[in-house]
Design a protein around this ligand. Structure first.
Ligand SMILES: [Zn+2]
Length: 459
């Protein structure tokens, strides 16, 4: 990675002090959706050590007084492109394939490690300020290392990798890498990332989608998934036009049939979107290690349609949620995404078919399962990672009668404006609505400079 000005690395080696979260109403999102009034949490060594009323804290611990606030598990975005954050507004008014070919691929091809680093930190800052604690990022080709460094230094928990491409209509030459080189680069990056910050940043194989990856590249990816145990995270079944192009390219096979024939369904496969999933697809994948990450804003903005989240979940397939990217959304607020997810399912299936609790599950317990992290995060239970978000109930949007269901109150009413504190691995990353580890003004300045330089490089 080239020399660059870097954000401060705080707390990467020494763990934070034990943290006593005192006196909040805790929405655990455990299997019973337990809600615990006036409850304390004790966080130490990166995990939740105690949940009680009250707990007895060790001497010398940090205290976060959250009396009257709501405490929830940290929010999980199962599909995001932090490397696109400063492309916001640069690809308006297009459907998926034109959006990629005319705008996004030329912009991504002009990234270098420095621009990707500051772009990634900008996105991480936006995520943290809206209560996100974990991301599954699809990555970049050029600039992949810079982006992963940004995730590491932001304090977010993350699964991330290099965006893999080797062919495709309208793709710039710098993105269409030689197949063996692409595979070798992702292995090298994965070996480096494997030990970062005690596993807080994990590695993924990120083939972009079927139309940008040759059969040979998919074979290599399948082999790496099997040899290394890396999950596969890709886009699929997003838009009808894309699915038709896949069928033309692959001799009549649609995405699921292609993945089946290529052996990809035998891997741990996480697809973003799934708007075009049909009952026959769900039947085929329901017994596999397969999940869908729902991206409602992006699906609406690119005119893709509405994923049938109710139907996918009914087939036993875990569903997560993500903002996708700033140029197709244009807002990385996870609370806005889950509100929209609930509203869309209610208009599709009726108001009783999808509750506020259902929506919150997509960003917590079920969202964790969708990216394979449910043993570690997604609920507030003893032993889980110390990842949580605190919402202020003195905000007008959260004032309600005492009997109101708090899951509904949060899912339909909260937004990033409600977020007071965010904690990842026991470290306070947002305190009273302000970033603690990251310097937002520095990130804004450096990201603006890098974006201007990047735009000069776009062909
Ligand atoms: Zn995406």
């Amino acid at each position: 990675m080239q020399e660059m000005k870097r954000a401060p690395e705080v707390g990467l080696s020494a763990g934070p002090l034990p943290l006593w979260i005192r006196g909040g109403t805790v929405l655990t999102l455990d299997p019973r959706a337990s809600v615990l009034p006036e409850t304390d949490l004790l966080l130490a060594e990166g995990r939740i050590q105690e949940v009680g009323s009250p707990v007895v804290p060790p001497s010398g611990c940090q205290i976060l007084d959250v009396d009257g606030c709501l405490v929830l598990p940290g929010m999980i975005q199962g599909h995001i492109h932090l490397g696109q954050t400063f492309f916001r507004g640069l690809a308006e008014g297009r459907t998926l394939l034109a959006w990629l070919q005319e705008r996004i691929w030329p912009l991504e091809a002009a990234h270098d490690n420095e621009s990707a680093y500051w772009c990634g930190l900008l996105g991480a800052a936006e995520c943290l300020l809206s209560g996100t604690t974990t991301v599954q990022d699809i990555g970049l080709g050029p600039g992949a290392h810079g982006l992963l460094s940004a995730i590491r230094e932001s304090g977010l928990r993350g699964l991330a990798g290099m965006c893999l491409m080797d062919s495709g209509d309208g793709m710039p030459a710098t993105l269409a890498g030689d197949t063996d080189t692409v595979l070798a680069e992702t292995v090298a990056l994965g070996e480096e990332v494997g030990g970062w910050v005690g596993g807080r940043v994990g590695y993924l194989l990120n083939p972009r989608f079927i139309l940008s990856c040759s059969d040979e590249l998919w074979r290599g990816i399948r082999q790496l998934a099997s040899d290394r145990g890396w999950p596969i995270h890709t886009h699929a079944l997003e838009q009808k036009e894309e699915s038709q192009a896949v069928m033309r390219l692959k001799g009549g096979l649609d995405e699921i049939a292609y993945f089946d024939e290529a052996g990809i369904l035998a891997s741990d496969l996480r697809i973003a979107h799934g708007v075009q999933l049909e009952a026959r697809h769900l039947q085929r994948v329901s017994a596999e290690t397969f999940s869908v990450v729902h991206c409602p804003s992006a699906n609406l903005k690119l005119g893709s349609g509405i994923a049938d989240v109710v139907g996918i979940r009914a087939a036993g397939i875990p569903v997560g949620i993500g903002a996708d990217g700033a140029p197709c959304n244009n807002d990385l607020d996870v609370l806005e995404e889950l509100r929209l997810a609930a509203l869309l399912q209610q208009v599709s299936h009726g108001p009783a078919a999808f509750s506020g609790l259902d929506a919150l599950r997509l960003a917590t317990s079920e969202g964790a399962a969708a990216i394979g992290l449910d043993a570690d995060t997604g609920t507030l239970e003893v032993g889980k990672m110390a990842d949580l978000v605190v919402l202020s109930t003195d905000r007008p949007e959260l004032l309600a009668a005492s009997k109101v269901d708090l899951h509904d109150l949060v899912a339909f009413g909260a937004s990033r404006a409600s977020v007071r504190h965010v904690v990842v691995g026991g470290e306070i990353l947002v305190e009273n609505g302000r970033l603690t580890r990251l310097n937002l003004e520095e990130i804004r300045q450096e990201a603006s400079r890098c974006l201007e330089e990047l735009l000069q490089r776009v062909h």
